[in-house]
Design a protein around this ligand. Structure first.
Ligand SMILES: [Zn+2]
Length: 394
């Protein structure tokens, strides 16, 4: 219906024009911007060039030619996109309208996926007109095709896709990239993205919302938890942690939340369905504070993040979130709340500064299991055995 209405209006308009034009015997005016009548993949009409090529050349197994070979199972790989990013340029013989493009992710290693980019058009390859910009994009699956659309009735001879940031690291890969002409009445702007920049007392939060229907109250409360707890965690654990943080609300992520590449991603559906579970934020931002060296045990990393949620959480009661009582069959390596409760118990029984000590050593890459013996007079295994026998905490 949305698409039909403008079409009908257009037909009506053209009818009126024809009627009045015929009457005065003038030639029918042609709208040069609106002669795209059907959507069309125009990629094959252009010559593609890249500023960075695969080491084996354009026709190599992972060369740039694979980006436009109409096969979403082959890919283009660039080892290092450098500081200026990767520029994929298309030159058409005839001025061509483009209002949509498709990107297909590679077959492996999602850190190589493009995350931030711009699309622009040009008449001469010198002066560029911005047409579309995407930030914090996510490809939730391998060989997944995502379509992006913008409004453009201008015909350019040059288009370019400028990738400025990857999900993580510097190695780029993508399976396919296609350009499409779209009739102006069918043009839309998608996908939805809204980025709010909130700065308070030296900290900046980029709230990147990819879900058009995300609840404003949940957003405001997540922002409040961030600006309340992040300064506390910086102060108590790691004053050198990053001062600019991004939160991404992601509809295509069906989990709870995770931190990767220096920013936090929250499942849009999870947060919408669990509006009280706001201290997920406290747990996730602790991961940014942690930024542990390689080799940190995962169970301890997650145990400390939930310990922090237990101590600093603002809405744990509202979320019915608490540390579960000890149950036979548990182990300290179970991570999350089970490890967190054990950490509380060891602090109350032996060493009230244990978690801060562990956190500091983990960040410096100097954690060894002997630290438990040094700090408490008991090995980790012996501590757990004692905990199993009497796991009382205050
Ligand atoms: Zn975690």
């Amino acid at each position: 219906m949305k698409r039909l209405l403008p079409r009908l209006m257009n037909a009506l308009l053209i009818g009126l024009l024809l009627f009045s034009c015929t009457k005065i015997n003038d030639p029918v005016p042609v709208d040069e911007h609106d002669d795209v009548t059907v959507e069309k993949d125009v990629t094959g009409e252009a010559v593609m060039t890249v500023n960075l090529e695969n080491n084996d050349g354009p026709d190599g197994a992972e060369g740039s030619a694979k980006l436009i070979d109409n096969d979403t199972l082959t890919k283009f790989l660039v080892r290092d996109i450098g500081d200026d990013g990767l520029i994929v340029e298309f030159q058409f013989e005839e001025p061509t309208q483009v209002a949509s493009y498709k990107i297909t992710s590679g077959n492996d290693a999602d850190p190589r996926d493009p995350m931030d980019w711009q699309i622009s058009g040009s008449d001469d390859g010198e002066e560029w007109v911005p047409l579309d910009k995407q930030d914090y994009e996510m490809f939730s699956d391998r060989n997944l095709t995502k379509r992006y659309s913008f409004k453009n009735t201008r015909k350019f001879t040059h288009y370019r896709w400028h990738i400025t940031k990857l999900y993580a690291g510097q190695m780029f890969q993508a399976s396919e990239f296609r350009l499409l002409s779209v009739p102006s009445v069918e043009q839309v702007i998608s996908p939805f993205t809204k980025i709010d920049t909130i700065t308070r007392e030296g900290l900046t939060l980029f709230f990147v919302n990819k879900a058009s229907d995300f609840n404003e109250t949940i957003k405001d409360e997540m922002v409040e938890v961030f600006f309340t707890n992040y300064p506390r965690l910086l102060n108590d654990f790691n004053p050198d942690a990053q001062k600019e943080v991004a939160f991404r609300i992601e509809p295509s992520f069906d989990g709870v939340a995770y931190v990767f590449s220096g920013f936090a991603t929250y499942g849009a559906a999870y947060m919408t369905n669990n509006p009280n579970d706001l201290d997920v934020v406290t747990h996730e931002v602790m991961h940014l504070v942690q930024s542990y060296a390689g080799g940190a045990p995962g169970w301890l990393t997650e145990g400390i993040a939930d310990y922090v949620r237990h101590v600093y959480g603002l809405y744990n009661d509202r979320a019915n979130w608490s540390l579960p009582d000890y149950q036979p069959g548990q182990h300290y390596t179970d991570a999350y709340r089970i490890t967190a409760r054990f950490l509380v118990w060891v602090e109350q029984s032996y060493d009230s500064d244990l978690v801060k000590t562990l956190d500091d050593l983990l960040r410096r890459g100097q954690y060894e299991e002997s630290i438990w013996l040094q700090r408490t007079g008991n090995t980790l295994e012996d501590l757990w055995t004692s905990y199993e026998a009497d796991s009382q905490i205050d």
